[in-house]
Design a protein around this ligand. Structure first.
Ligand code: CA
Ligand code: CA
Ligand code: CA
Length: 170
């Protein structure tokens, strides 16, 4: 999968209502949706952190500040540096919302709750979990999860990313 295709799949996931634009409301709803799916309150410190990081991410993604992100805006911005400085902290903060025992790993039910709240079909989440859980211990690690999405975004190829965003069998 080339980088543009990989980024198009992510953009499609972010565009919850499918109108071809990611709105600020759509983007910011992601934190709320994960908070709801994981039973956390709006004033939970981890929710506050995730929302703050999401707001910072939005501010740089929406380059012209009109409250809407087109695919061209997203593609012009997305890449390794943007991922490391902006996306990885957001993904980590959302992961932490799902990590009830705070051990840095998620089991399948937690992982599926996280990714379905982020607009991935449950079967994609389950396939992504299988791709990530290389040693088959039933846990996926926070760092491995983020590294795998990074590989997808940067076009390096990620079996987990393909499973998560496009449902390709792995
Ligand atoms: Ca939209
Ligand atoms: Ca814009
Ligand atoms: Ca855990």
């Amino acid at each position: 999968m080339d980088r543009t295709t990989a980024q198009r799949l992510i953009f499609t996931m972010l565009d919850a209502d499918g109108d071809g634009i990611v709105s600020q409301d759509e983007y910011m709803a992601r934190t709320t949706n994960v908070a709801l799916a994981t039973g956390r309150k709006e004033d939970d410190p981890l929710v506050v952190t995730a929302r703050a990081l999401g707001g910072q991410a939005w501010a740089v993604m929406d380059a012209d500040g009109d409250g809407k992100m087109t695919f061209d805006e997203y593609a012009a911005w997305a890449g390794a540096e943007a991922f490391d400085t902006v996306c990885a902290p957001v993904l980590g903060a959302l992961f932490d919302l799902a990590d009830a025992d705070r051990d840095g790993t998620l089991g399948l039910p937690e992982f599926t709750a996280l990714r379905t709240a982020l607009n991935n079909p449950a079967h994609n989440a389950e396939a992504a979990f299988a791709a990530l859980d290389a040693d088959g211990d039933g846990r996926v690690n926070r760092d491995d999860y983020i590294a795998s999405i990074r590989a997808h975004v940067t076009g390096e190829g990620s079996p987990m990313g393909e499973a998560l965003y496009s449902g390709v069998a792995v």
